[in-house]
Design a protein around this ligand. Sequence first.
Ligand code: UGA
Length: 458
Amino acid sequence: SNAQPMNVAVIGTGYVGLGTAALLAHIGHTVTGIDISEEKIAMLQRAEVPIHEPGLDDLLASVQSRLTWTTRYDAVASADVVFICVGTPPGPDGTPDLQYVVSAAASIAPHLNGHTQVIVNKSTVPIGTGDYVTRLLEEHSVTFSAERHAVVSNPEFLREGTALHDSLYPDRIVLGGTPEAVAHMTRLYAPLIEQTFVAPASAPRPEAYTRPAVVKTTLQSAEMIKYAANAFLALKISFANEIAGLSERVGADIEEVMTGIGMDTRIGSRFLNAGLGWGGSCFGKDTQGLISAGREHNYDMPILQAAVTVNYRQRQDVLQKLIRQLRTLKGKRIGMLGMAFKPDTDDLRDAPAHDLIERLHALGATVVAHDPVAMPRASREWAHLTYQEAGSIEEAFDRADAVIVATEWTDYRTLDWNALTPRMRRPLIIDARNIIRDPIDAQVEQIGRDAPTADPIT
Ligand code: UGA
């Protein structure tokens, strides 16, 4: 096979950049990770990982000899492939802010030289950005040549919390660009495509897994695939939530309904969990990104609009359930289990718990919030919110008029509920992630179904 080690530069050391650097070093390449943040680079040089991602620290440590961290762009000169993995945060109007992509391209350009170099967009960028980056490189480089330098779109599909597994054993690798540039990328990814690397201890190869499909497309199609994939997943979640709302009203059970439809292989059983809806840095931004792209071209995207509306309505509906039970929230003490937007991450971006805490406080409640991992981050990033930190899970229950499950952490799935509910002033659990499977000594409200309560408390 073509498993020649290459030199790679990875610009940006966020989730995508760190994952990409770890993956490429693990499959045998020499990687230089570049970031403008002196602080992040200093941490990485001390072998500290700035984000919480299971197994990532071990993987990075095991490939240390092939990894260099720096704030300088010089390594671009000897790189065969340069990955742009910088952030594209939503701007004020919801469209991605490209300033970091632009400055990365401008910083890369002066270091391009005589040998073939592919510049890869791995950040999620609006459709058309690949061509835009090509123009930026041309503008800022005297050595840029269309024969030797090409931009490829290689979108990332990893999930936070399972990033290692997702990048080592992907369903597909999407490569958009000219045939030559795409061929260069298949050489880089050969050990991944052929699965010839040794699986790391922290992410064993799943038994059923063989190898990823390689999808070769135009630049624009690859850029669109990234958005369309996230938008479709967002759509599935909102669909499940909409059906859950009606199930509740007609006496159907959303879990049974989704199991029943998911067994149709055309539909698929995953991403149909009703609950508090999606959060995180991707689904909100990418659905909005597509809607904005539509607007730019005078083209309505009513399906996506509706998916967004349903998602944020879900957060209000959960509060309505609470208000229906407590009548008023004034002076009430509410325990919140979970702050991160999903389990196994400390990421708080667009987390449903944020909106719940904000609304509960506005309505006069005292919120006592707990998270197994995200509390320190919340005390920094959610300083604008008023809530108390629960020093332990027990504290979230102490004298509470209700406890809301906002994130389905394993710690909460395995709680001994009956040992905790006696601490409450009123044993009411709003289980907004449907994690309670057996009857407990409390009134339980779930999403889209009657909770498994044997003895409803009246
Ligand atoms: C998502 C995609 O799953 C990745 O494929 C993609 O690469 C990534 O965005 C990205 O664009 O960077 P991520 O945001 O890490 O990954 O999180 P997911 O695990 O997909 O969960 C997204 C949200 O959907 C979470 O808030 C989760 O609670 C919610 N969700 C998920 C549901 O409410 N129901 C479900 O059935 C599944």
